[in-house]
Ligand binder design. Sequence first.
Ligand code: ZN
Length: 284
Amino acid sequence: MHLNTSHLSRRTALQATLCALASPAAFAAPAKFDIWPHESRVPGGVARLSLGPAAQRPKVKAGDFPVLVAGDMIEWTAIVGIPLSAAPGVHRVQVDAGEGLQSLEYRVRDKRYQEQHLKVSPKTVDLAPEDLARHERERAHQQQVMALFTAQRSEDLRMRVPVPGRRSSSFGLRRVFNGQSRNPHSGMDIAAAKGTPVVAPLPGKVVDVGDYFFNGGTVWLDHGAGLLSMYCHLSRTDAKLGDVLATGDAFAAVGATGRVTGPHLHWGVMLNQTMVDPALFVPA
Ligand code: ZN
């Protein structure tokens, strides 16, 4: 089912009424598009889907996963993470705006990511049985962290870069380690010296601190409403589980722990349990 035309025209009429009631001060606020991630309807990208007006924040799901909804009663927008594995073509989210469930369609364009060949320690490609068992335990734990959906912490969803340095455009690369294909690269690598402080890109709560087989020293921050960020290969973590950080607070240091070719920050950003391109959240 689509949002049908009569439904949309009713919404437009309501929107006109609500706009007429808006105070002049409302127009001094920054444009919403300046505080949301850039849109890119490709695998690994973000779709911004207009939901129209509603008295309450609509509930939206992509598959089984709740979706971040931003805006206000005049115009709500679903900020949807698109999986790297998404096939080009029509995709749907389910919208509950208090008038029953609606299906809202959007189209994902094709994007071909390049292949990247990397040479790493052989024991991080052909895993020993004990390392494989460790990785399986860690993956199950990470799934629990990724499933968090807490109250939204900030309407401003644009991020500052967590460390200064050269930002690679390696998100989405199909990776081949020592000649063997592995999962695509699901974050941004930022080149920085060991010990460089890592700062929070948005207000967030520390929801995981660990030392993992592939990711090395790792911290996850929860920014609310299914928006989480992940920092890997850290040499040091200064934050504790449960710490609440403001934008710009240092909480860790860059390192070369886990499966790496040298010191750098691996930065991941997740929406609706989907890793998306962090470049969409920061200034170009
Ligand atoms: Zn990386």
